[in-house]
Ligand binder design. Structure first.
Ligand code: NAD
Ligand code: DAO
Ligand code: ZN
Length: 369
């Protein structure tokens, strides 16, 4: 079938809206009509050419919501007409990882997904007869996309897809990092570095966990207002200090925070986030995705003296199991998604959504097909 898509033909080029061909779903695959998508910093990161797994031409996009159009042989968990959210973190429920009870990473389609292909080693997308790569198992920047059944979760039919599409990445990641990865307890003192959607969701998660103090750190003070609305209690702009920001935070907190979250993708700030943690028990969670070849550094003594460094992908959330409940939490008012939506645009203006993110003017832009 024909589909409108925003194709990334090469790194650092604007996306081009073209009409592509989308094949029928094969065995264990589902074709989804995407109704809404938003743009996450990870899409911008891959488009920049810094992503070691980035391949071109590709159809990016991993925060979306839509309706099942057709299913391939063997698909049992969804049917045409179901409302769904694509998942870049698959959940097969059967692999060693899914059965471990220790991680949300699933190995079932990992290899092909990382290559921008479906498990049979081919793509379902083409333009003028040439294949176009998939992205993160989701490719929500196409009106019709094909995903593996394990990369899809059915949600409540009454949930507004133009809002709950945000649970496909950023908000779930921040909330989950606090609840599942750090397991923050009541009364904790925490610092969040970077107040985009991921960091703001971490702030929201900390508020839900009844953290006593939530220190919000960003070089863009335009982010304070939303951070405050989400529950931040203190605001720090690193550009106002001429000494390491970890020293500032350690002083503010009588020795350091119990938990910190790096939500930027900057390896220097990852170090600051670790080193602002309290000796003996402070834990730092890396959420930001750093560029190809970047490495983190600290003195081993920081770990010897009890600080812990962790990382979190999709907030440790198992999408097919947990997302339906999070959608209901939004519908019941227990999760705020609306505050993240700073802009709404037509899908054809997708490059403007990238510009808004780069300029720090948006948190999330909802694009309507
Ligand atoms: P964003 O661009 O909207 O937000 C980043 C924020 O960091 C901005 O507010 C910016 O002003 C701030 N910032 C930049 N440099 C800073 C510095 N030196 N000190 C303090 N603040 C600084 O991005 P986003 O969509 O919220 O994504 C954030 C990061 O999380 C990205 O690296 C993205 O790839 C990653 N991510 C990870 C996961 C995961 O599962 N781990 C999921 C989604 C996104
Ligand atoms: O299973 O080996 C693996 C890799 C899974 C990739 C997880 C990526 C998480 C961070 C990327 C942010 C996506 C928006
Ligand atoms: Zn994302």
């Amino acid at each position: 079938m024909k589909s409108r898509a925003a194709v990334a033909f090469g790194p650092n080029q604007p996306l081009e809206i073209v009409e592509i061909d989308v094949e029928d779903p094969k065995e264990n695959e589902v074709r989804v009509k995407i109704l809404y998508t938003s743009v996450c910093h990870t899409d911008a990161f891959t488009l920049s050419g810094e992503d070691p797994e980035g391949v071109f031409p590709a159809i990016l996009g991993h925060e979306g919501g839509g309706i099942v159009e057709s299913i391939g042989k063997g698909v049992t968990s969804v049917k045409p007409g179901d409302h769904v959210i694509p998942l870049y973190t698959a959940e097969c429920g059967k692999c060693k990882f899914c059965l471990s009870g220790k991680t949300n990473l699933c190995s079932s389609v990992r290899e092909s997904q990382g290559k921008g292909l479906m498990p049979d080693g081919t793509s379902r997308f083409s333009y003028q007869g040439e294949p176009i790569y998939h992205y993160m198992g989701t490719s929500t920047f196409s009106e019709y996309t094909v995903v593996n059944e394990v990369n899809l979760v059915k949600i409540d039919d009454d949930a507004p897809l133009d809002k709950v599409c945000l649970l496909g990445c950023g908000v779930t990641t921040g909330l989950g990092a606090v609840k599942n990865t750090a397991k923050v307890e009541e009364g904790a003192v925490a610092a969040v570095f970077g107040l985009g959607a991921i960091g703001l969701a971490a702030v929201q998660g900390l508020k839900k966990a009844n953290a006593k103090r939530i220190i919000a750190i960003d070089i863009n003070p335009g982010k304070w207002e939303l951070a405050k609305k989400m529950g931040a209690t203190d605001f720090v702009n690193p550009t106002e200090y001429d000494r390491p920001i970890q020293d500032v935070i350690v002083e503010m907190t009588d020795g350091g925070v119990d938990y910190s979250f790096e939500c930027i993708g900057n390896v220097d700030i990852m170090r600051s986030a670790l080193e602002c943690c309290h000796k003996g028990w402070g834990e730092s969670v890396i959420l930001g995705v750093a560029g190809a070849g970047k490495e983190i550094q600290t003195r081993p003594f920081q770990l010897v003296t009890g600080r812990v460094w962790r990382g979190s992908a999709f907030g440790g959330v198992k999408g097919r199991t947990e997302l339906p409940g999070m959608v209901l939490d939004y519908m019941n008012g227990d999760i705020d998604l609306d505050s993240f939506i700073t802009h709404e645009l037509d899908f054809k203006d997708i490059n403007e959504a990238f510009d808004l993110l780069h300029k720090g003017e948006s948190i999330r832009t909802i694009l309507t097909y």
